[in-house]
Design a protein around this ligand. Sequence first.
Ligand code: CAA
Length: 257
Amino acid sequence: MKFLLEERAARPGVALLTLNRPKELNALNLELMQEIKESLQALDKDDSVRVIVLAGNEKAFAAGADIKQMAGRNSVDMLKIDQFSTWDQIRKTKKPIIAAVSGFALGGGCELSMLCDMIIASETAKFGQPEIKIGVMPGAGGTQRLTKALGKAKAMELVLTGDFLSATEAEKHGLVNKVVPVEFYLTEALNLAEKISKMSPLAASLAKEAVNRSFETFLDEGLHFERKNFYLLFDSEDQKEGMNAFIEKRPPKFTGK
Ligand code: CAA
């Protein structure tokens, strides 16, 4: 795999996947998402694996979907590519997935961490949905999962301002399971994975399914609605301006067109 490292942690039953585009702060391009999907599907079928840990590096879990890959697209391109159908497949993973988050978890990066079943964060973790700053909105579950985790007021604030949530605040609001010093976040995630790996794998996967079911009917509709709005924004001038301004490293000038 080009952008993803897969290894068996030195603990029986635990697999570790590491996003590996460090220069781009693990920006989630289509290829990386495909690799995550394929890897999770294979691990799901592998009886020697019971729990999966998904990590980035100390500076970034992931800084979002790859803006450079999306900047020139229009809404028809977005609908045809339908990049989030890969995310639907990832969501079907039966085994528990723990996100180990340090540094930036922004946009699609925040959404990917929330797609996992639990989050262990380092003290340096920053969560946010800054899409509004580049003329779009969250498209991979942010408006839905963040709202469920934080409540409407706080989620609305983050989605409309693009401000970041610190690890401590994220823990206070119930977005993450635990915050630990940066040198321990991966170990802590692997420890949690190891603990769960000793449980019945069948019970674990059915329990995961049942917990998710508590909000999944609404989630399906919500995800669909969010995705259409996200794709629609790719016919706006503000999307072009916002993404090009990011690439050109200048402040955007939004006109509402
Ligand atoms: N896509 C593509 N490239 C990205 C990226 C992204 N999301 N985030 C960072 N990069 C690249 C930068 O362009 C830069 O590349 P160059 O060295 O070639 O210029 C490199 O990664 C390092 O980034 P910075 O120099 O910007 O690092 P920084 O420490 O100064 O800033 C940051 C870090 C605040 C995270 C900043 O990079 C940033 O704001 N990134 C974009 C965050 C964002 O808007 N995410 C949402 C994307 S849209 C989305 O995710 C939609 C969805 O719902 C799925």
